[in-house]
Design a protein around this ligand. Structure first.
Ligand code: SF4
Length: 85
């Protein structure tokens, strides 16, 4: 049975993420892949050591792009909490 270890800091949502359902966790290694596919929603940190969701998708196109970035993220650290608010 799968169990989620919430104590692992890598699974925690970064504070910089815009409020909303999509976010990155501390597991990001700053590879930049997500930025190539979801440039309107992803941004790099001031020191370029990680990326975060700086704007939630505003339309279906942006959500599709962000989901593509999620699927390609090598660290699996772009998450969707399923809450549309
Ligand atoms: S694709 Fe994933 S690991 Fe790479 S920069 Fe984006 S969030 Fe970080």
């Amino acid at each position: 049975m799968f169990s989620l270890n919430l104590a692992h800091p890598g699974l925690q949502r970064r504070e910089e993420n815009a409020p909303g359902r999509f976010y990155t966790t501390h597991d990001c290694d700053a590879c930049g892949t997500c930025f190539l596919y979801a440039m309107k929603n992803m941004m790099y940190s001031y020191d370029s050591t990680y990326y975060f969701v700086y704007r939630q998708p505003a339309n279906d196109r942006e959500e599709r792009d962000l989901r593509r970035a999620m699927n390609l993220c090598p660290m699996h650290c772009i998450r969707d909490d399923g809450d549309p608010s």
